[in-house]
Design a protein around this ligand. Structure first.
Ligand code: MG
Length: 172
């Protein structure tokens, strides 16, 4: 079986709405997804970087994220023909480990725990495909990188792209 490695945040876990909700409450601003076209909140509001990082080290942040539409059904279907690994750069937010694990157990219970990979540098991942919203993870990845569309990566070129999980089913 070929292997597909799949990122969590902004790929199977809907990260941005929760980030904006918490940011806007904390700062009194009204940032919307449209404001993140081609950028990330941490670049748009570099002056508030500590506030942004505080959320992401808060265990409740990851535990409460919504599941990306159709991701459960499509990944379960793909798991019949491909070996699926969830590969998250969890080292960026060490406070997130337990919440991420519990979230995967709740929402992707059809996958084995042994297929959850909490890593730092994803170049260590040995898979045929990596579906990720951050193209930096493709640089030294030996397989094929597939961009999962997110506001910040809308202008990235040079890789295959899928816009949503229904498109992923067509792709594979
Ligand atoms: Mg991500």
């Amino acid at each position: 079986m070929k292997r597909i490695a799949i990122d969590m945040d902004e790929v199977i876990a809907d990260f941005i709405p929760e980030q904006l909700k918490r940011f806007n409450i904390a700062t009194g601003k009204n940032i919307t997804i449209a404001d993140l076209h081609g950028t990330k909140l941490k670049y748009l509001h570099n002056d508030k970087i500590e506030t942004i990082h505080t959320f992401q080290n808060d265990p409740t942040f990851f535990r409460d994220l919504k599941v990306m539409p159709d991701s459960q059904e499509v990944i379960e279907t793909l798991s019949k023909d491909y070996e699926i690994f969830i590969t998250t750069a969890a080292m960026e937010f060490p406070g997130s480990f337990t919440a991420k694990y519990e979230w995967l157990k709740e929402h992707f219970s059809f996958l084995s725990d042994m297929n959850f990979v909490f890593c730092g540098n994803k170049s260590i991942i040995h898979a045929d495909y990596l579906i990720d919203d951050n193209v930096r993870h493709f640089k030294n990845f030996k397989g094929k990188g597939i961009i999962f569309t997110a506001p910040h990566n809308i202008n990235e070129r040079g890789y295959d792209r899928i816009d949503n999980w229904k498109a992923a089913l067509d792709y594979f």
